[in-house]
Write a protein that binds this ligand. Structure first.
Ligand code: B1M
Length: 211
């Protein structure tokens, strides 16, 4: 009997070697990798997401939990690929042109990966054309992050570049970052806004349902 609760609990406590050991054991027992992912790893990461949103845990705890999640994912990834398990969606995220802040962006990526999305990290200081390339590479949702009031306009430029490239109808665009608001997201023509990394997962899920 696979110890899903044990996997989730070890993940929440950031115990990477224990997560790996329990995931290995479940695989050896013949538990389907998709089940280990959703009932163990994603279940644990979802709890961390809720606690983070409620200010019950902070950035370091999320980073440690994400590291533990990766230890489990390293075991599962090849098996998921073999089993042909489809990700929930494909999400590409970058910090916009001129902006080098990446701590929040990385948290969003970890939460999205923990929620079952395939993620593509575009990095920081991302030129508008790179977002277009990501759409052409199959991203269903483009995420843009900005931490500076001076780089917020780069989001608008990136959306205009996506429009001009004729690929806007292929993708949903979500924006976030400390200085942003829903009103700003609406103004620049984004489809969604999320105030924190855990809400980003909810927003992405909603955007895909609307797609
Ligand atoms: Co910078 N910095 N910084 N900085 N920095 C701020 C943002 C600032 C508020 C500090 C201040 O003055 N009080 C200020 C901006 C002021 C403004 O624009 N109004 C500032 C400035 C001015 C600068 C420089 C210009 C300083 C200088 O050189 N004179 C410079 C700019 C460099 C550049 O980008 N071109 C600069 C540089 C740096 C460092 C390199 C030193 C470093 C970045 C290191 C790194 O990221 N690797 C840094 C840091 C660390 C900060 C502070 C201290 C912390 C930012 C952070 O990581 N927060 C910040 C002050 C502060 O916030 N106290 C500050 C934690 C992180 C988890 O939160 O990124 O908001 P956050 O992400 C959240 C949400 O916003 C959301 O989810 C995350 C998790 O919940 N979210 C999304 C983020 N992206 C999302 C995308 C989504 C959805 C949600 O969907 C796509």
């Amino acid at each position: 009997m696979a110890d899903f609760a044990g996997i989730a609990d070890a993940l929440m406590k950031g115990k990477a070697p224990e997560v790996k050991e329990l995931v290995d054991a479940a695989v050896k027992e013949g538990v389907p990798p998709g089940e280990i992912l959703s009932e163990g790893l994603i279940a644990g990461m979802s709890v961390i997401g809720v606690r983070f949103k409620n200010n019950e845990v902070y950035v370091p705890e999320v980073l440690i939990a994400a590291r533990a999640m990766h230890a489990g994912m390293d075991v599962l990834k090849p098996l998921l690929a073999e089993a042909g398990i489809e990700p929930k969606g494909v999400f590409a995220l970058g910090t916009v042109k001129g902006d080098l802040h990446d701590i929040g962006k990385n948290l969003v990526l970890m939460m999205m990966e923990g929620a079952g999305y395939e993620v593509n990290d575009l990095g920081v200081d991302v030129a508008p054309e790179k977002f277009v390339d990501a759409v052409n590479d199959g991203a269903q949702i483009i995420g843009m992050s900005a931490l500076l009031t001076t780089t917020m306009p780069a989001m608008k430029t990136a959306i205009e570049t996506i429009n001009a490239a004729g690929v806007r109808d292929k993708v949903k665009i979500m924006v976030g970052g400390a200085p942003l608001t829903q009103a700003f997201a609406d103004e620049i023509g984004a489809d969604g806004f999320a105030p924190d990394a855990a809400s980003a997962v909810d927003t992405a899920d909603e955007l895909l349902t609307k797609a």
